[in-house]
Ligand binder design. Structure first.
Ligand code: ADP
Ligand code: MG
Length: 171
């Protein structure tokens, strides 16, 4: 599923749809795209919709941010949230976080990984890939969010988001 957002308001609608349809088991989401594409913006809006009150920023300098206060709307459970940015990760660093990446893909947690390209070999197989990009010829707020599910659970999740996006007029 590929969705064009014409402005941040469209991206807010899309992130709301993501939050609303989040599976009971949480999700592991890897985000791909250039600097300034809109990876962190998407994560921020999703987390705000799930009840996170802290400021959501790109964890570029710390590799990992952890947020409290998120509630999974499908069961009302408290849900730990982990937000990685692998942009500055060196090879040795990858060794040390690969165990963590596995830990953070377990059920009941929500994990976002920005610059997932740098951790490609270590990501869990079942996940939702989101590719974010903009057209360099368009000097405006147009962004493209492409959702690529891997595994049956994420195929269902994406199908539900697609139905909701159609209703919202995003598709
Ligand atoms: P990344 O994490 O991919 O490096 P950010 O999310 O930090 O990028 O930055 C994206 C920037 O683009 C933000 O300043 C955001 O307000 C802006 N922006 C403009 N239009 C959009 C849009 N349609 N969707 C998302 N962000 C947008
Ligand atoms: Mg970012």
């Amino acid at each position: 599923m590929k969705i064009k957002t014409n402005n941040i308001t469209d991206t807010e609608k899309l992130a709301k749809i993501f939050a609303k349809n989040l599976p009971e088991t949480g999700a592991f989401v890897s985000l791909f795209g250039d600097i300034g594409a809109g990876k962190t913006a998407f994560v921020r809006i999703v987390l705000n919709n799930l009840g996170v009150k802290e400021k959501v920023t790109s964890p570029s300098f710390v590799i990992l941010n952890e947020y409290k206060g998120a509630v999974n709307p499908s069961n009302g459970d408290n849900m730990p949230v982990y937000h990685f940015d692998l942009y500055r990760l060196e090879n040795e660093g990858l060794e040390t976080i690969k165990e963590e990446l596995r830990e953070y893909s377990k059920a009941g947690v929500l994990t976002f990984v920005e610059w997932a390209d740098f951790g490609s070999g270590e990501l869990p197989y079942n996940r939702l890939n989101i590719k974010v990009h903009y057209d360099e010829a368009e000097f405006n707020d147009t962004r493209y969010y492409e959702f690529i599910p891997v595994g049956a659970e994420y195929e269902d999740f994406t199908a539900q988001m697609q139905a909701a996006a159609e209703k919202e007029g995003l598709l």
